[in-house]
Design a protein around this ligand. Structure first.
Ligand SMILES: *[C@@H]1O[C@H](CO)[C@@H](O)[C@H](O)[C@H]1NC(C)=O
Ligand SMILES: *[C@@H]1O[C@H](CO)[C@@H](O)[C@H](O)[C@H]1NC(C)=O
Ligand SMILES: *[C@@H]1O[C@H](CO)[C@@H](O)[C@H](O)[C@H]1NC(C)=O
Length: 438
């Protein structure tokens, strides 16, 4: 009897295992073992990271947390926090915990994925129209989960390209410009105009401020408020060539303006699924977008230097709902993971070298280790498509669009075999949606 039960259990277990292998993919089980080298890679990363924060953080210190992934970034004890949480009334903390493993895995992946919402993405998602698309339309609640798909498609049509308009690494050096009042302390204008691509935010003006913020403007990211004033926003760039990327939903007012004014600038919606609600801040969204299309990303006017007085905009006084110290610590983490370079009044030398940035090899090894620790789909595999938990064949793509790209972008396209990778919200194992060429 016992034996029979045992036999039954074994049969059941192997059945379950077979199902599990079927679901997760054999490769995952095989690659997911975490080796001593993996732990060493994370230790090396943490070591370099701590040195980097000390060397570049203007007083910030990083200390290791309770495991290989956790770090805490501390401000000097005499820092005076100025920002109060409007709901709790509490002053901002001087100490912030970060998970380096999550950061290194997620941000590196951003570099290889697309962050513009496309029709092929919605079509490829299981019930993409019912579950996703209607949430990107301002009157989504009234659309009854896109019961009438024609109507939903109509609402999105002005901002929904079939395939992504940009490729990973399409552009060389990019600058992301925030709206901080600190920008008026340094004349960064000429330097900013020297970048291949300049990305701005919301209603940030150029006119009358170009000594400080430059004249060039390639792309602009818009929150809901700015997007509703689309007619005013397009006037900020005299060339009317700026590409507008809306971070929230498409609004009927916007559609009307695009049609009737008419607004000739390309307008798209940002996908922004990679970090979910964890990265709502405008700065992080802008960096996410920039990292998905640029070789290198430099940041101006997003972060505060020590001893900051007030968190204002360079073109107006008030500004609400920000966590400047948390932001500064987070951006310092990104700089010390080799993702961005920070420019600020106290770091204004354009040739400043970010010391102790972990090497490419260290980052690569730590990313593989992190992917395994986090149980990510395809962790440790060298196949670029191993992170795809959902693979679909692409319907069409404008011919010859790839051949016009610069070398690094073409090289990347070869590496991913022409696949477009999209982040998936709440996907188990952080799997991606991949569109492969037909
Ligand atoms: C769906 O929406 C389209 C476009 O607005 C409209 O012409 C059509 O009548 C609607 N269909 C139904 C069944 O309501
Ligand atoms: C620039 O200054 C002029 C003159 O003061 C003013 O009329 C104009 O509105 C300003 N432009 C912006 C974008 O602030
Ligand atoms: C992203 O693509 C590059 C090649 O362009 C590759 O070396 C790298 O491993 C990829 N990163 C991830 C996280 O897949």
């Amino acid at each position: 009897m016992r034996l029979l039960q045992l036999g039954f259990l074994i049969a059941l277990a192997s059945g379950l295992a077979a199902i599990l292998i079927y679901i997760t993919g054999v490769s995952n089980l095989y690659y997911n073992r975490i080796s001593d080298e993996d732990y060493e890679a994370l230790e090396t990363l943490q070591g370099d990271f701590r040195k980097c924060v000390s060397a570049n953080g203007l007083g910030l210190e990083a200390v290791s947390g309770k495991d290989y992934c956790q770090v805490t970034i501390n401000f000097p004890k005499d820092t005076v926090p100025k920002w109060r949480d409007p709901t709790t009334g509490e002053l901002e903390s001087l100490s912030f915990d970060f998970n380096l493993c999550e950061a290194v895995a997620a941000w590196e992946r951003v570099r290889n994925s697309t962050t513009i919402l496309t029709k092929e993405y919605i079509d490829a998602l299981p019930s993409g129209w019912e579950e996703y698309a209607w949430r990107r339309i301002n009157k989504g609640v009234l659309l009854n989960r896109c019961e009438n798909k024609t109507l939903c498609m109509e609402k999105l049509s002005l901002v929904l390209p079939e395939t992504p308009p940009y490729f990973p690494r399409q552009f060389g050096r990019c600058a992301v410009i925030g709206n901080s009042g600190d920008l008026l302390k340094t004349k960064f204008g000429k330097e900013i105009d020297g970048y291949d691509v300049v990305i701005r935010e919301n209603g940030a003006p150029i006119q009358n401020y170009s000594d400080y913020v430059g004249k060039k403007s390639t792309l602009r990211l818009l929150n809901r408020g700015s997007a509703k004033a689309l007619d005013k926003v397009v006037e900020l760039d005299e060339t009317r060539k700026e590409v507008l990327i809306v971070k929230t939903t498409i609004h009927d007012i916007m559609s009307k303006m695009i049609r009737e004014i008419p607004i000739k600038n390309p307008v798209y919606l940002m996908l922004g699924a990679a970090f979910g609600s964890a990265a709502k801040g405008t700065g992080l969204k802008a960096l996410e977008f920039a990292l998905s299309i640029c070789d290198s990303v430099d940041m101006y006017g997003f972060t505060v230097d020590p001893g900051y007085k007030e968190w204002t905009r360079y073109f107006s006084e008030s500004r609400k709902g920000h966590t400047p110290l948390h932001g500064r610590a987070y951006y310092q983490m990104m700089e010390c993971l080799g993702l961005i370079k920070i420019h600020s009044p106290m770091r204004s030398d354009p040739n400043r070298v970010v010391k102790w940035v972990p090497s490419q090899n260290t980052i690569r090894a730590a990313r593989v280790a992190s992917q395994k620790l986090l149980g990510m789909v395809g962790a440790g595999s060298s196949n670029p498509l191993s992170s795809c938990s959902l693979i679909k064949k692409r319907v069409k793509r404008k011919p010859a669009s790839i051949s016009r790209l610069k070398k690094t972008a073409i090289k990347h396209q070869k590496y991913v075999k022409g696949t477009t990778m999209y982040p998936l919200e709440n996907s188990p194992g952080h799997g991606q949606l991949c569109m492969v060429p037909a």
